[in-house]
Design a protein around this ligand. Structure first.
Ligand SMILES: [Zn+2]
Length: 278
């Protein structure tokens, strides 16, 4: 697999973003007076080490800590490149490290699962990080894209790194480990921090503004709401695509329908055949 790290480019005063390939994941860099913070760490320990090196070149001050927005490989596997520094992530990320799914993902991207490291500073709700004299707030607003999404807010710059709770490169990634019903509330937490000029850096794709974030929140909520409506009307999964009105493209919707039906079934909501009255 071809790994590379693009140039760190500014999105606000002392806040930069680089794109790490092959996953096209946004890597954040917050530069304080005497140190800097990296947000998301790339897809492998080697890529993490390279990101750290590039971040220090761009910032001109040492990296003091790293934040992982969630356990997915392109955000988390590079943390091993920061192993001697504080690594912040939601407490669930360390648990994922032991899951077969995480180890399989590692093998798939050519990373030795045993080379991965757990975050040294797990937290459940929120933390403030002193980035060499600059304040960064990291917050978990509840389950959404995964069970442990964390956003990083730079108050003095009006920048929020949202991880994959929001995406601008394409539709949000509705993986098997996402929580469709709760996702919009997690985005509401992010939106609560957003002002007119706030820059939202999603997990993948260019920066987003407030309107784009509101729109995507409505789309995610609309998707779940539509499935809920179809289930209540007795529509089976196989017929759902044709009978629904969807905020995302056909491929995305068809891929997420089995998951949406399964998550509704977990709540006891299953399509019931409506027998004719006579
Ligand atoms: Zn993800």
């Amino acid at each position: 697999m071809q790994f590379s790290v693009g140039e760190f480019l500014p999105v606000a005063e002392g806040v930069l973003v680089a794109v790490a390939e092959p996953a096209a994941v946004n890597i954040g860099l917050v530069v304080g007076p005497s140190g800097c913070l990296v947000i998301d760490t790339g897809s492998s320990p080697e890529q993490g080490a390279l990101i750290r090196e590039r971040a220090e070149q761009a910032a001109g001050v040492p990296v003091l800590a790293a934040v992982v927005t969630h356990w997915h490989h392109d955000h988390f596997f590079g943390l091993a490149g920061f192993a001697d520094l504080p690594g912040y992530a939601h407490e669930s990320v360390a648990e994922w490290l032991g899951h077969a799914e995480c180890r399989r993902d590692a093998t798939e991207v050519g990373v030795d699962p045993n080379a991965l490291v757990a975050p040294s500073h797990p937290f459940s709700l929120a933390r403030v990080i002193d980035v060499g004299g600059r304040r960064v707030e990291i917050v978990h607003f509840g389950r959404g894209h995964t069970d442990g999404d964390v956003v990083a807010f730079v108050p003095d710059a009006g920048v929020i790194f949202t991880g994959d709770l929001l995406e601008s490169a394409g539709p949000p990634a509705f993986g098997a480990d996402c929580h469709l019903k709760e996702w919009p509330s997690a985005v509401d937490g992010v939106l609560g921090l957003v002002a007119e000029e706030t820059v939202l850096v999603p997990g993948h794709g260019p920066a987003m503004d407030r309107l784009a974030a509101f729109t995507q929140r409505a789309e995610i909520s609309g998707l779940y709401g539509q499935v809920e409506y179809l289930v209540a009307r007795g529509v089976n999964r196989e017929d759902a695509y044709e009978q629904g009105e969807w905020p995302f493209d056909e491929q995305t919707v068809r891929a997420v329908l089995p998951l949406a039906y399964a998550q509704l079934a977990d709540e006891g909501k299953v399509p019931r055949t409506q027998l004719p009255l006579v």
